[in-house]
Design a protein around this ligand. Structure first.
Ligand code: ZN
Length: 99
C-alpha cells in the first residue's frame, strides 16, 4: 500500500478527533461573547440580462453576481466560537423631545 494513503487516513482520523474535541469544548464553555462586529456574508446570485434565440432555441443570458447580506458576528473570548446574527433589534429607548 502506498504510504501516502496510510498517512492521509491517519490525518483524517486526527482531524475528526480534533473536531469532536473542539465541539465538546464549545458545548461546555460558558461563552463570554466579545464585541459585535458588522461582518456581511458574501453570496452569489444569478441575474438574467435578457433572452436570446427564437422558437425552441430560446435561452436566457445570465451572469453570476456577488452580493452581500447584512450579518453581525461575535466571537467567544474563551473558546473562540463565532456566532452570527442576521437581524437587529432596538436595545435602547430615549426621551423624544421632538427635535
Ligand atoms: Zn465559548
Amino acid at each position: 500500500m502506498n504510504p501516502l494513503r496510510k498517512e492521509i487516513e491517519e490525518l483524517e482520523n486526527t482531524l475528526y478527533r480534533k473536531k469532536e474535541e473542539l465541539k465538546r469544548l464549545e458545548e461546555n464553555c460558558h461563552h463570554v461573547w466579545g464585541d459585535s462586529v458588522y461582518n456581511p456574508e458574501t453570496y452569489y446570485d444569478q441575474v438574467t440580462d435578457g433572452y436570446e434565440g427564437h422558437g425552441s432555441d430560446f435561452y436566457p443570458i445570465t451572469r453570476r453576481v456577488e452580493k452581500k447580506k447584512s450579518r453581525w458576528s461575535q466571537t467567544c473570548t474563551k473558546c473562540g466560537k463565532t456566532r452570527y446574527a442576521y437581524n437587529q433589534k432596538a436595545v435602547k429607548f430615549e426621551p423624544d423631545f421632538g427635535n
